[in-house]
Design a binder for this molecule. Sequence first.
Ligand code: 4F9
Length: 246
Amino acid sequence: MRFDVVTLFPDFVRQCAAVGVVGRAQQRELLQVETWNPRDYATDNYRTVDGRTCGGGPGMVMLIDPLRAALKAMREAAAEPVHVIYLSPQGARLTQGRVEALAKLPRIGLLCGRYEGVDERLLAHEVDEELSIGDYVLSGGELGAAVIIDAVGRLQEGALNDAQSAQQDSFSDGLLDCPHYAKPVRHALGDVPEVLLSGDHAAIRRWRLKQALGRTWLRRPDLLVQRALDKESRALLEEFRREYAQ
Ligand SMILES: c1cc(-c2cnc[nH]2)ccn1
């Protein structure tokens, strides 16, 4: 997987991708992150990349030509076709399902806007998809790009170790994660649940699934609506709800 990020802040994006799972995956050449700065493609002496918004009003808009030249250089830099994503509050909300689909692509281009955004004509001709990481306004698209690089990058074959894969699976089955504990077993803040000390792996699996179902029901019931539950999960959730109601 190759990510190509068009951004006025390449160092920020590279630093985000240099640590943790994604950083290690880059070192192991499981993925590649390249950056393209539109300012390097501005043709005037001031390296101008923004202009006043037509029709008046506050703020500036990113100009077509520096972005278009940067995208052209990006497309020419490698053979595979690029799926170009523009990060914006106007985009479709990013979901784990969309992340899993994106993880199958050979190359992803991430266009990061700043100021009030990007000239609509550039978006209409150069962008395949708009995605939002949440209903709030950020200072630019770079944090969205970092989220996509992390969520998609960690799904590349070999990027995760066994424990991380298990944790990924627990989120990816559409439920919130169960509670986690480490030593000491006894603490002034409370004790580790006995079942986790029992060595009974079947009971531990059921307890973790019950907690995940119960938490999802309490905190994100909308996720449960979208998810069919098997007989065991329905029974465990009912058990959780009965105990919760007591
Ligand atoms: C993705 C991008 C953005 C954003 C880009 N520029 C200002 N906000 C907000 C949410 N998700």
